[in-house]
Design a protein around this ligand. Structure first.
Ligand code: FES
Length: 165
């Protein structure tokens, strides 16, 4: 059912875990399946003074494709500038994985949304200019987060407890 590439990243996901005192955190969920993802970033500057992703880690309380996708995404953007990272789309992930079942396409979006949220978090904290596209994505993610919390508050609280440990 899944391609070799998906299974490879699912069985040995890269960059799983958490960064202590991250420079940015993206937390997103999906209303249909209830899956939740945390994406942590450490940011530094390259020789030209542009912000790059120095380190990246993720925790996914989700399905096979969500885990595989996020693992793949982290390998694609580690060391890249924030601008470059923001250009990666769900279609880029799907293309690399070939053969993602239609019902699992939203799982690729979860990884991309988590990245957008993390970069939004970083820009916000540092008073940087935020594009209207990123602002829109943030509003959507925030709405979904509120709805998820409302619908599954006990589960979300349990996940947040586990996440703190
Ligand atoms: Fe929810 Fe895959 S089924 S992210």
């Amino acid at each position: 059912m899944y391609s070799k590439e998906v299974l490879k990243h699912f069985k040995s996901p890269k960059n799983v875990g958490k960064i202590k005192n991250p420079d940015a955190l993206g937390k997103v969920g999906n209303l249909t399946c209830g899956d939740i993802m945390y994406l942590y970033l450490k940011i530094s500057k390259n020789k030209s003074g542009k912000e790059i992703i120095k380190d990246i880690k993720f925790e996914t309380f989700g399905c096979t494709v969500a885990i595989a996708n996020t693992s793949l995404l982290t390998t694609m953007i580690k060391g890249k500038t924030l601008d470059r990272a923001l250009k990666v789309t769900k279609d880029d992930l799907i293309k690399k994985f070939k053969n993602v079942p239609l019902i699992k396409v939203h799982c690729s979006l979860l990884a991309i949304d988590a990245l957008s949220e993390a970069i939004y978090d970083y820009y916000k904290k540092h008073g940087k200019k935020i594009s209207s596209e990123l602002e829109e994505k943030h509003k959507r993610a925030e709405k979904v987060g509120e709805e998820l919390h409302h619908r599954h508050s006990e589960i979300v609280e349990l996940e947040e407890e586990l996440h703190k440990k």
